[in-house]
Design a protein around this ligand. Structure first.
Ligand SMILES: [Zn+2]
Length: 242
């Protein structure tokens, strides 16, 4: 890491809050979204394959599952991020009002918060005064609310990222079931899906600093169970001539 602004106390491999933390969160969300797409679309197409050999039906079902899942993920993400953004903006507006109407109380508050972080009284007061002079709202947003007023997450961006992640994950089982000849389509799909889930499990464990072995196994087992259950249900329905 060659970030000079952090000086010599910045240890290697030690994430500094903010930019890196945000990027890691986005990457983690993308892996989870892709994982969702793999599992749900794999369960869907393998279930349909239990009932029918018709490639057109498999393609239709898989594509509908891909679109339904990715739009549902995007809508959910849009709603959740919008709500979070609304409450962040309300908190910032309140802070702005308080700074305008009670600047002295706000300076005392900022001083107390900095003391709480470990600064001595005099130093906390001086830092609070300088931060207030430089950009009072930003100082309160960061120290008091823990948000960066210029880096509020965009709901549309979050929704788009979820849509893309789920779509990318869904494409794998969809292509694996539709492209190969009928007699190998199931084994190809199962192997591709399990390999992708092992990879996703490894990735999310690495990002969370957890031992990857168990995460890989659990993740693959979840997908295998989903495919086994839907394949069983599809086969029963297919055999019953539904
Ligand atoms: Zn404040």
């Amino acid at each position: 890491m060659s970030d000079d602004t952090n000086g010599p106390t910045q240890h290697e491999g030690e994430p500094h809050e903010g930019a890196l933390g945000n990027r890691l969160n986005r990457l983690r969300a993308a892996v989870l979204g892709a994982n969702d797409g793999v599992v749900s679309t794999a369960g869907l197409v393998v279930g349909v394959a239990g009932a029918t050999d018709a490639r057109g039906t498999l393609l239709t079902a898989g594509l509908a599952g891909l679109l339904a899942g990715s739009m549902s993920m995007a809508a959910g993400e849009y709603v959740s991020v919008s709500t979070q953004r609304d409450s962040e903006q309300a908190a910032l507006a309140l802070e702005r009002r308080e700074l305008a109407t009670a600047p002295q109380a706000e300076l005392d508050e900022l001083t107390a918060l900095l003391e709480g972080k470990g600064l001595t009284g005099d130093l906390a007061r001086e830092v609070a005064e300088q931060l207030t002079e430089h950009d009072a709202l930003r100082a309160h947003a960061e120290v008091e609310l823990g948000i960066d007023p210029d880096e509020l997450t965009s709901p549309w961006q979050a929704a788009g990222a979820s849509f893309l992640a789920f779509t990318a994950g869904s494409l794998l089982p969809l292509l694996a079931i539709v492209l190969p000849p009928p007699y190998v389509r199931l084994p190809v799909t199962v192997v591709a899906v399990l390999a992708a889930l092992v990879l996703c499990g490894w990735g999310s464990a690495r990002m969370g600093d957890a031992p990857p072995g168990r995460a890989m196994l659990r993740n693959a087992a979840g997908g295998a169970l989903a495919m086994a259950v839907t394949y069983g249900a599809g086969s029963l329905l297919g055999a019953a001539g539904v």
